[in-house]
Design a protein around this ligand. Structure first.
Ligand code: MG
Length: 157
């Protein structure tokens, strides 16, 4: 068994959809990025890549490549899990925390877990998603962006 860590941040702007863990959430602001900017899914992808020492998502899905423009990050997550499998690993479990002052995410967490689990081919019991505010402190607290952190374990096939 091995473990990996992932972290990501995206800026909140007007005129973008807010997508977290593959779930579109009604909010006046969305995350800015080359892909759909799903910060939670990106942190999970980096944790999985880190667990097998296979670089990071910037290497695998460069934001200079038009191929990934507007990309559905759940599809990118599927591609990461396929890479793991090619190298003889499967996802053990994932635990993630989203840092966001707004919106409140609690009600959306079950659907995020379900979408993420489906994309990774694991059970929902193997996918934990948590959310916290940062008590109004710093850039996240000023609602300028959202961050996410994740850890993942992988197991030999
Ligand atoms: Mg990202």
């Amino acid at each position: 068994m091995r473990t990996g860590i992932g972290f990501d941040t995206h800026r909140l702007v007007e005129g973008r959809k807010l997508i977290l863990g593959g779930v579109e959430i009604a909010h006046p602001f969305g995350l800015l990025g080359h892909s759909d900017a799903d910060v939670l899914t990106h942190a999970i992808m980096d944790a999985l890549l880190g667990a097998i020492a296979a670089g990071d998502i910037g290497q695998h899905f460069p934001d200079t490549d038009p191929k990934w423009e507007g990309a559905d990050s759940l599809k990118l997550l599927c591609a990461v899990v396929a890479l793991l499998r090619e190298r003889g690993w499967r996802v053990g479990n994932v635990d993630a925390t989203v840092l966001a002052e707004r919106p409140k995410l609690m009600a959306h967490i079950p659907e995020m877990r379900s979408r993420l689990a489906e994309a990774m081919g694991v059970g929902e019991a193997d996918v934990s998603v948590k959310a916290t505010t940062v008590e109004g402190l710093g850039a996240i607290g000023r609602r300028e962006g959202i961050s996410a952190m994740a850890v993942a374990t992988v197991e030999r096939l």
